[in-house]
Ligand binder design. Structure first.
Ligand code: FAD
Ligand code: DLZ
Ligand code: SF4
Length: 509
């Protein structure tokens, strides 16, 4: 029997309150979900990321069926699988003869552009609905951005605080300040109690997915097992509950810290669930606020966490849609060096990079400071081609979709957008990593040595980056002091830095 609407639900749209589902009727309409080769390989995603999404999709399809929906679920190994979402929509149209296709807008520009062609290609209306799981619509963000010289996150964030009422006392921010970031920079010590995120044992559905991924994507980056991610809304809720109980209170204090062997510290490890739709971001923030109001977490922790979600997360999405499709092609520093092999193998003597990349390979996870100040910082100061770095981040993390990954990588981390997101590049020498972590103690390099044999490579690369890009950065008032330091340096010392950087860069392959 023909249906009225065919509702396409994507792999990162696993929310029962999704706009396309709200606009449809389980009695008259059919849902289509499809595991397809094209989505799994447009970058070669980490095995764990593919397994997480396929397992979560299969569980979500079961939940929809239990709620009365007719669901066509096309698994990757089903015989007729066409390999693409457009192919699967076309086949479903032939099966169901719907009046129209409904879909909530996708998170990536490439897929949205393809969907905009579907109506003509398929000969029936395709309605693309807003994704109201975000607090700020694309139109609202464009309004906020209009006429502003600088699109600073901090001002956007205050708007979101006012809009949601989160941590507000009337018109004023809780505690009299909008931002407690200055209190959130403590280095961690190895003797601290550090909780572990909750781990879920795979059920039968997930085991079948693990077998499939091992068979079909065995040559992709990353370890498939042990696989411990939650793959249902209930499991994600339990992960949130655990975070609130054991980690939130220290989240703020140690937000920027790194410790050898401690992969998660007090981070929530919730981004993969939020981005796939298993947790609602606003509901998560309300729970964090409630924990603060109940005296279970200090204000610097609750504010810091809420800022990441209603501030950074919403802001980067706004920037992405405002600036695409050109955003991903930017290369302010004209950097062209290929991504070193060790980003894939973790085979490097640099202990900080080895730790971040090893855990990326094993967990499909690294926390923000590892992404920004270790792998990102190195790529920035070594002059790695931003496109290659972008594709690496998009592939290797379980939470990565272009709307959130690209502004973080190209904007925040690599300054490839010339300063739209940040007022200066996050470039640093080994000193920062030494201050915020215990990696340097066990490293083959000496963080205190500035140049020459055995010197921490971040030290000469930092100055080399600044000098190499002097024409683009000298005018930046936030870097004036640093350039004065360079200019006052003896010429032979300057030459030592540049020669050490050149010698190190020659060793990269
Ligand atoms: P927590 O530290 O516990 O933070 C809480 C939540 O805040 C996260 O779950 C996430 O939803 C949100 N959040 C925190 N920081 C950011 C941010 N900068 N942008 C958007 N949301 C944020 N995040 C992704 O979700 N997907 C990505 O592909 C991604 N790529 C990144 C690439 C680079 C180079 C950098 C520097 C950052 C990237 N981030 C990305 C942001 C951030 O690193 C991750 O959101 C965070 O590490 C996820 O771990 P967590 O859930 O333990 O976060
Ligand atoms: C990331 C991903 C993967 C690996 N596989 C699928 C898939 O097989 N089917 C699907 O509907 N979605 C998948 N996704 C998520 C999409 O790539 C995501 O919806 C877009 O990138 C837009 O954010
Ligand atoms: Fe990283 Fe340098 Fe420290 Fe080694 S010495 S861990 S390379 S910052």
């Amino acid at each position: 029997m023909p249906v009225s609407n065919l509702v396409l639900v994507l792999g990162d749209q696993l929310s029962s309150s999704l706009s396309s589902l709200k606009a449809a009727d389980p009695g008259r309409d059919a849902v289509l979900m499809a595991e397809v080769q094209e989505e799994a390989t447009y970058v070669r995603h980490h095995k764990k990321k593919i397994a997480f999404l396929f397992a979560a999709m299969r569980h979500f399809a079961e939940d929809l069926r239990a709620a009365g929906w007719t669901v066509d679920y096309i698994s990757l190994d089903s015989d007729e699988n066409s390999g693409s979402l457009s192919g699967e929509v076309e086949r479903a149209i032939a099966r169901h003869r719907p009046e129209r296709v409904l879909v909530t807008e996708p998170g990536e520009w490439r897929l949205r552009a393809a969907m905009e062609r579907w109506s003509d290609d398929l000969g029936l209306p395709v309605e693309i609905l807003e994704d109201d799981r975000f607090l700020c619509s694309r139109a609202e963000f464009a309004d906020w951005a209009k006429g502003r010289k600088q699109l600073r996150m901090e001002f956007f964030y205050r708007e979101m605080r006012r809009k949601t009422g989160l941590l507000m006392e009337g018109e004023e921010p809780e505690g009299g300040r909008w931002n407690f970031d200055s209190e959130n920079r403590k280095p961690a010590k190895a003797d601290l109690f550090i909780p572990e995120p909750g781990r879920v044992a795979p059920d039968q559905i997930t085991h079948a997915v693990l077998d499939l991924v091992a068979k079909r994507f065995g040559n992709h980056f990353g370890d498939l097992e042990p696989f411990w991610f939650a793959v249902t809304a209930e499991g994600a809720e339990a992960a949130l509950e655990r975070f609130l109980e054991v980690a939130l209170a220290s989240f703020g204090d140690y937000q920027d810290a790194m410790l050898e062997g401690e992969r998660f510290l007090y981070h929530s490890v919730l981004s993969l669930y939020i981005n796939a739709g298993l947790l609602d971001p606003l509901a998560v923030c309300r729970r964090v606020e409630a924990a603060y109001r109940a005296g279970r977490a200090p204000l610097n922790a609750a504010e810091g966490f809420i800022r990441q979600i209603i501030g950074w997360r919403e802001y980067v999405r706004g920037i992405y849609w405002l600036k695409m499709p050109d955003y991903v092609d930017q290369n302010f520093f004209e950097a062209t060096r290929p991504l070193p092999d060790f980003y894939w193998t973790a085979e490097t003597d640099m202990a900080c990079l080895k730790a971040a990349i090893t855990q990326t390979k094993e967990e499909a996870y690294a926390h923000h400071i590892q992404r920004l100040m270790v792998t990102g910082n190195f790529a920035l100061i070594a002059g790695i081609d931003p496109k290659e770095v972008h594709e690496w981040y998009l592939a290797v993390y379980a939470d990565a979709y272009e709307w959130v990954e690209a502004p973080n990588t190209l904007g925040m981390s690599l300054f490839a957008d010339g300063g739209l997101l940040g007022s200066k590049p996050y470039a640093s020498s080994g000193n920062y990593i030494n201050k915020m972590s215990d990696h340097c103690g066990g490293c083959a390099y000496d963080v205190k040595r500035k140049t020459g044999e055995g010197a921490c490579p971040f030290n000469p690369l930092y100055w080399d980056f600044l000098v190499r890009n002097g024409d683009k950065l000298r005018g930046n008032p936030r870097l004036a002091q640093i350039y004065r330091t360079w200019d006052r340096m003896a010429e032979d010392k300057q030459a030592d830095y540049r020669n050490s950087a050149a010698a190190f860069l020659k060793t990269l392959s």
